[in-house]
Design a protein around this ligand. Structure first.
Ligand SMILES: Nc1ncnc2c1ncn2[C@@H]1O[C@H](COP(=O)(O)OP(=O)(O)O)[C@@H](O)[C@H]1O
Ligand SMILES: [Mg+2]
Length: 322
């Protein structure tokens, strides 16, 4: 089979951390062709979506004393050219957020690809519909108390009622722009003004969960079912657990309560074509649903001995009837 991965420039990927590389390696290991393109390299020509595709050959990472060792160089570009995406059996859309207008245009082009010929993961319609922060609001029974607003007095009142809150820009990732809000903080109004760009953009504000100190769990779901998890624990002064801001990763199991969360979210994810997703859970509550380019495979595989990339590629083979 032929697999295409729409990714950020390959030279910037980190094979020891990025799930996209784990998926590409798994496809190669299963004997498939691996091609890459960028979201900016899609064109519709004569009614057909084409991408500037480069075929790659990877040197897989190796686990040495608990750490991934990356070859230098770790990839080699083979042949390239503008080719119809429908030549591919599967396309993984794995461009990093933020979800900008050009990102949405790319998903609208991908939506033209015949789904009988090519499986697009995640489905372009699903990516268009699901904002990573707002999507969790579909599951109030497993979410902490949360508001979304651009109105200063609404946000102030929520923070006063809760005593403390966590503010999240709706287009952020990797801890970017995440703020701890405390009732009575002399900077509170100013923080709200800056984050909402003086009332022009809504933000999410969530009840502060003290359990965040014990970790923010990333749970990977494949076709609605949990397949692995890793915990991210804040270090130093930072209350955020994201790996990108220094969070320490630790081996994790999926608790009964977290399985309940997955059961609440899974059927909707399947229906929306959100096949490869990373849920974030803190203290038994769902805080975020990552659909664009969720990470975690490398950390989970390293700590739990799984091979989630291979699991995912095997699922694609099965759903393509291969
Ligand atoms: N409700 C909350 N209570 C306490 N800490 C939180 C809460 N929500 C998020 N955090 C912390 O902020 C980090 C980032 O939040 P998240 O919603 O996952 O956004 P993103 O990862 O997209 O930046 C989390 O890893 C966690 O450490
Ligand atoms: Mg997160």
């Amino acid at each position: 089979m032929k697999f295409a991965f729409i990714i950020d420039p390959i030279a910037k990927l980190d094979p020891s951390h990025d799930s996209s590389v784990a998926l590409m390696e798994a496809a190669q290991k299963a004997g498939h062709e691996v091609w890459i393109a960028q979201a900016t390299q899609l064109s519709a020509i004569a009614g057909q979506v084409r991408a500037f595709l480069q075929q790659v050959e990877l040197t897989p990472v190796e686990l040495v004393e608990g750490n991934w060792v990356v070859a230098d160089p770790w990839y080699r570009l083979l042949t390239e050219g503008w080719r119809p995406l429908e030549e591919m059996d599967a396309v993984f859309m794995r461009t990093d957020p933020p979800v900008t207008m050009p990102y949405l245009y790319a998903t609208q082009l991908l939506d033209l690809v015949d789904s009988q010929k090519t499986l697009v993961v995640n489905s372009p319609r699903g990516l268009q519909a699901a904002n990573e922060k707002l999507y969790a609001l579909n599951f109030p029974e497993v979410m902490p108390e949360t508001i979304v607003s651009q109105d200063k007095s609404v946000i102030q009142q929520f923070v006063e009622e809760q005593g403390a809150g966590v503010l999240k820009p709706l287009d952020g990732k990797a801890g970017e722009g995440i703020l701890f809000l405390a009732a009575g903080d002399r900077n509170l109004n100013s923080l709200i003004e800056i984050s909402t760009r003086w009332g022009r953009e809504p933000v999410m504000v969530q009840q502060f969960l003290p359990a965040a100190a014990e970790g923010d769990k990333r749970i990977i779901l494949l076709d609605g079912e949990p397949i692995g998890a890793v915990n991210r624990i804040p270090t130093g002064q930072d209350f955020r657990g994201n790996m990108a801001v220094g969070g320490r990763v630790a081996k994790a199991e999926i608790s009964d309560r977290e399985r309940e969360i997955c059961a609440a979210v899974g059927p909707r994810l399947k229906a929306d074509g959100l096949y490869f997703v990373g849920l974030d859970a803190i203290g038994g509550y769902l805080t975020e649903v990552n659909v664009t380019s969720p990470t975690g495979i490398r950390e989970i595989d390293r700590l739990s001995g799984t091979r989630l990339g291979e699991t995912t590629i095997a699922w694609v083979e099965k759903s393509r009837g291969g």
